[in-house]
Design a protein around this ligand. Structure first.
Ligand SMILES: [Zn+2]
Length: 127
């Protein structure tokens, strides 16, 4: 099986980001923070190497990440933290679903962030 879509290096620690479930970039993508069009031009990172985002993943399968200081969950508005936890935990579970599932990458995002293919057509008309 081709693995040419993998093998990107983490810009934080320099190690390879081997699996989509470790990818902060794809996590950002499935929760709608990174549009599909720039996915391949963004730097890759491990989820754990971006702790300010990783701290919001709350799942028994994910080793918890704690952030101290002004961007840590303890310092943030609890309502905001709750929303972010829901979003990023769902996003991370989505990465586990799509990992090895053979989906097109446009199908990776959570349903509310998935782009309907037809919407791209509207932008056409000027080359
Ligand atoms: Zn890393």
């Amino acid at each position: 099986m081709a693995r040419c879509d993998q093998g990107y290096l983490c810009e934080v620690c320099g190690d390879e980001v081997e699996e989509i479930v470790d990818s902060d970039l794809y996590l950002s993508y499935v929760v709608g923070l990174v549009p599909a069009g720039v996915l391949l031009s963004r730097p890759e990172r491990h989820i754990r190497c971006n702790p300010s985002q990783a701290q919001f993943i709350v799942d028994p399968e994910f080793p918890p990440v704690t952030v101290d200081g002004p961007f840590g969950k303890a310092a943030l508005d609890p309502a905001f933290v709750g929303e972010q936890e829901q979003l990023f935990t769902r996003g991370w579970r989505r990465l586990r679903e799509v990992s090895g599932a053979g989906l097109h990458f446009l199908e990776y995002p959570l349903p509310e962030f998935r782009v309907v293919a037809d919407e791209d057509e509207e932008a056409g008309g000027n080359e």
